[in-house]
Design a protein around this ligand. Structure first.
Ligand SMILES: C[S@@+](CC[C@H](N)C(=O)[O-])C[C@H]1O[C@@H](n2cnc3c(N)ncnc32)[C@H](O)[C@@H]1O
Length: 378
């Protein structure tokens, strides 16, 4: 046991994770995984312990880790130190001694303890994020399933942007609503990122129309003990949504006007942060008529459709600015990963002029409907 602890100490720089498995008779958790993390500048060890298919997370300070390991290691017959470049496994023998095996580890990538500063670390392939296996994004070896690569790339980027936006707040809790959460890859990852990786107290609610998908997502959240991650069957255009203080509204490819309901909800409740990637902007395209200088863009269906989508998002940005948000329109992933790649990133900075005359003038010239404007006029 002392040899293992010494090896852990000596390998700390290249250590990616420690996996303890093959529980002895009197053990409580079937499997324990330990990873190093940094919380508020301090090194911690994050333990994920699995019992009855539920994951339980805790953070152990670096000062306490040796005592914790002495107590914990004795509950397992197999201790695996996954390091950058090597895989070291200790097997407990009948005589109470350990056999040590060492093998090359081609898969493992270097990890960083300072994950607050490191891009892409949160979703590194090979990281032990079990929910991603249930969601069909990772296979059992935590490798990305090929068909999910683009989605994975999108989520990865989205989470980075969420993190960039929120980290300046210095807060240790966050409440997020996700409009049109669907299969909820993004929702799960944001929850995992905040609660497991950053030790932030996150509460997230995902809304979606599809009852079966919502039930599946709730079952996965329950399986991993994600107590403050909930999914609710809801039509965001009609239903009453969570009415307490919200820090962030997100939507990723919420169809057509569902994005407008997300934005209107955030604006009317003064939600400080909004991240929204629209798609299927059909409303303007299906209602717009010729009537001014833009008529040239309505002669061909394809151009009309693209122009309408851009007009929709331009109006959304203008409305947000008029309601006090600082808005950036950004390509959040490369077009090759998703053609629906414009993200509206908005941060509340004041109360704004609340003057929608520019938008209304366009709407009256071209006689189109736009739900966000309509909702704010109510
Ligand atoms: C393209 S999927 C995106 C799902 C998820 N955000 C993602 O990126 O993987 C759009 C989701 O929005 C949901 N949706 C569309 N209109 C909605 C509405 N009015 N209320 C709630 N959900 C809605 C759909 O059911 C669908 O699951």
């Amino acid at each position: 046991m002392e040899k293992i602890i010494l090896e852990i100490k000596n390998s700390q720089e290249k250590l990616i994770k420690i996996v303890m498995s093959d529980m002895v008779k009197d053990g409580e958790y079937n499997k324990t995984t330990l990873q190093q993390i940094t919380l508020k500048g301090e090194l911690y060890w994050q333990a994920e312990r699995i019992k009855n298919n539920q994951a339980h997370h805790s953070n152990i300070s670096n000062a306490d880790i040796e005592a914790w390991l002495i107590a914990e290691l004795s509950h397992y017959r197999q201790i695996n130190l996954v390091c950058n470049g090597t895989n070291i496994t200790y097997f407990l023998k009948q005589n109470g001694k350990y056999r040590r095996l060492q093998a090359e580890n081609k898969l493992a990538k270097p990890t960083s303890k300072a994950h607050n500063n490191v891009k892409n670390y949160i979703l590194d392939e090979g990281e032990n994020i079990p929910a991603l296996i249930d969601l069909g994004v990772f296979n059992n070896e935590y490798k990305i399933i090929k068909s999910k690569y683009d989605k994975y790339k999108q989520i990865n980027r989205f989470v980075e942007i969420v993190d960039d936006m929120f980290k300046d707040s210095g807060r240790d809790n966050i409440t997020i609503l996700d409009f049109g959460s669907g299969k909820s890859y993004l929702t799960f990852i944001i929850y995992y990122y905040f609660t497991v990786k950053k030790g932030i107290n996150a509460k997230i609610i995902g809304y979606d129309l599809k009852a079966d998908v919502v039930a599946d997502c709730n079952a996965i959240a329950e399986k991993y003990g994600y107590d403050n991650l909930k999914f609710i069957v809801s039509d965001v255009a009609v239903d009453n949504l969570y009415n307490e203080k919200i820090d962030m509204v997100i939507s990723l490819h919420a169809c057509n006007t569902a994005t407008d309901y997300a934005l209107a909800n955030a604006i009317t409740r003064g939600v400080p942060y909004i991240l929204s990637v629209p798609c299927c902007q059909h409303e303007v395209n299906s209602t717009i008529s010729k009537g001014g200088d833009l008529d040239i863009m309505m002669r061909h269906g394809l151009i009309k459709e693209r122009m309408s989508a851009l007009l929709t998002d331009s109006i959304r940005a203008e409305v947000l600015e008029q309601y006090g948000y600082k808005v950036d329109m950004m390509e959040f992933v490369d077009f090759s990963h998703s053609p629906k790649n414009i993200m509206i990133r908005a941060r509340l900075e004041g109360s704004g002029n609340r003057n929608l005359s520019n938008v209304k003038s366009l709407m009256s010239t071209y006689a189109f409907d736009q739900t966000l404007v309509k909702l704010l006029e109510k």
